[in-house]
Design a protein around this ligand. Sequence first.
Ligand code: SAM
Ligand code: SF4
Length: 329
Amino acid sequence: MSLIDKFGRVHDSLRISVTDRCNIRCFYCMPEEGVQFTERAEILSFEEIERFVRAAAPLGVTKLRLTGGEPLVRKDLAKLVARLVAIPGIRDLALTTNAVLLDKHAQELYDAGLRRLNIHLDTLDRERFRQITRRDDLPRVMAGIDEAVRVGFTRIKFNVVAVKNLIEPDIVPMARFCRERGFEPRFIEFMPLDSQLLWGRKKVLTADEMIAMISEEIGPLEAVPDADPRAPATEYRYVDGGGQVGFIASVSKPFCLNCNRIRLTSDGKLRYCLFAIDETDVKGLLRANASDEEIQAVIRRNVSEKWLGHEINSAKFVPPPRPMYAIGG
Ligand code: SAM
Ligand code: SF4
């Protein structure tokens, strides 16, 4: 019953975008003036998301990640968390957030059953944070981190987007901050998913460059043996035992051959890749009270159409028709 594509990849992970809205404006994701967000009526309800996951779980989907836009701007997100963790077969639920609203919601999310958090934070410097996100919210993010730790979240991961000629001064401070506080940073190579087409190959700070910077300034890193080959991050650890560091080298070392993920957008489209051009509508099915079998057939068809991988590094590469915030990162 597993979801296996024509290249033999097993799909057990579903990323669910709960909104395309966001309360900040990271320049590599959204334009400063904002965008035309999807109408409320077009966004999947919690009931519809739950219904979809209940149909997907028997196909071997065991891991979920809630994302967006900014998932915490969606009202009552903890209620969705509680519904999803209760679904038979779901073993793992994670949330990716910019943490601006985390101080308000950490407790209820934890109480609802959430245990895994990825916090997106590129810098610890208030002025640089303001430049990158066009909002002066670093103090709220830091309060959110403290609150998450206080309520019991452990092994929090931090997403840092690696844009060359910009983020270099933040790499070592972010790595140090995580090392000191027992968090794991994940440095993500800048990808061509911004709405303003700012991306270029030369604007990517590569994993190898960052490994060299961290090894030199903090201490030597070594690849983690037996790391999960299907995880998007390549895991390293400090030789002195001071923790782990992940690198998502989507551009310099694409990991498509190990991809185990499908994605559901907030407006109910199923995508087999972040960079996919085509997507399959499932909202229509959910709103027409389709049976589990009908939903499952659509999921299977989408996975069967999955390509071998994105071709960011090829001249043929075409950026996806929607930016990251509208797909769900
Ligand atoms: N708002 C949440 C956040 O920022 O974490 C969840 C959605 S955001 C689209 C998911 C992740 O995408 C972010 O954590 C950030 O690391 C990553 N991201 C956004 N734009 C990117 C880009 N152009 N290249 C690489 N990663 C990007
Ligand atoms: Fe918002 Fe996340 Fe995009 Fe930043 S990366 S603008 S926090 S959705």
